[in-house]
Design a protein around this ligand. Structure first.
Ligand code: ADP
Ligand code: UDP
Length: 234
């Protein structure tokens, strides 16, 4: 598949057109940002690792009946995907307390939650991606009631599937972020699923194998991503 015009360059990926108007190429960069790009850096080969990890997880979710944008991996850093119109929401699920949940609600990191927490954040870097609820989503026309129902249904199912998937690899899925898009009238899963977008702790040791190593300068970032890649592809 020939790479066409550059359509968009974001913080971690570049989107390119292809000869097929329904398909685009996601190119994964090594750039890393945190705290709404207040912290910037690069992580050696992150793009390669995230492309491979994400491809493997999307393949797994497709097999389990979740509609996704994933078509195939084209190269180390390139993934062919269906071109969607992104729903401007970050859909977050939390199984244990970490990050902003701890900051906002005074919880200790690692606190077990009585049930998974599903959050919507409005995808607006200029506003710091604020937390919003279903009423905001409807009032701002970000998604319809049916779409909100689909987002929740898919997200909770994905949480169940991914929790089991990672547990088999001796990793605990603490929380993660998803993005969905509209494709031919339907909602499908888009963007990426990687250690940039999930918190993953090694079972037993509690070792963090995700972007928190970059956020909080914990060191051995590349090694942590390599370790996740090794486990998901073994
Ligand atoms: P950001 O825009 O937050 O800096 P990235 O660097 O990851 O993020 O850029 C990738 C962009 O592509 C994101 O805005 C994401 O919403 C969008 N995107 C992801 N998958 C698709 C897709 N299948 N079709 C169109 N856009 C997509
Ligand atoms: N997340 C993400 N992109 C964002 C915000 C959050 O991928 O723009 C992921 C993050 O990696 C974590 C989960 O969503 O797995 C919850 O993040 P949180 O709200 O705790 O944000 P943080 O405190 O990490 O900025």
């Amino acid at each position: 598949m020939e790479k066409g015009a550059r359509l968009y360059e974001g913080k971690a990926k570049i989107l390119y057109a292809t000869s097929d108007p329904d398909l685009v190429i996601q190119y994964f960069k090594d750039d890393a940002t945190a705290f709404n790009a207040a912290k910037k850096g690069t992580v050696q080969e992150k793009g390669i690792m995230n492309n491979k990890i994400s491809s493997r997880i999307f393949e797994f979710l497709e097999k389990e009946g979740i509609p996704t944008h994933f078509e195939k991996m084209l190269s180390d850093r390139e993934m062919l995907v269906k071109k969607v119109v992104i729903v401007p929401l970050e859909v977050i699920v939390r199984n244990r307390a970490a990050g902003s949940l701890c900051r906002n609600y005074g919880l200790q990191e690692g606190t077990t939650l009585s049930c998974p927490v599903l959050e919507f954040c409005y995808k607006r870097d200029d506003l710091n991606d604020p937390l919003i609820n279903d009423y905001h989503v409807l009032a701002l026309n970000l998604a319809t009631e049916q779409e909100i129902a689909d987002l929740k249904k898919y997200t909770l199912k994905i949480n169940e599937l991914m929790t089991k998937f990672f547990k088999n690899l001796n990793l605990e899925l603490i929380d993660f972020k998803l993005e969905f898009g509209r494709y031919k009238g339907k909602i499908i899963l888009a963007d990426e699923i990687s250690p940039d977008t999930c918190r993953l702790w090694e079972v037993g040791t509690g070792k963090k194998l995700d972007k928190d190593r970059f956020r909080h300068d914990l060191g051995n970032i590349e090694e942590a991503y390599q370790e996740v890649l090794r486990r998901v592809t073994k």
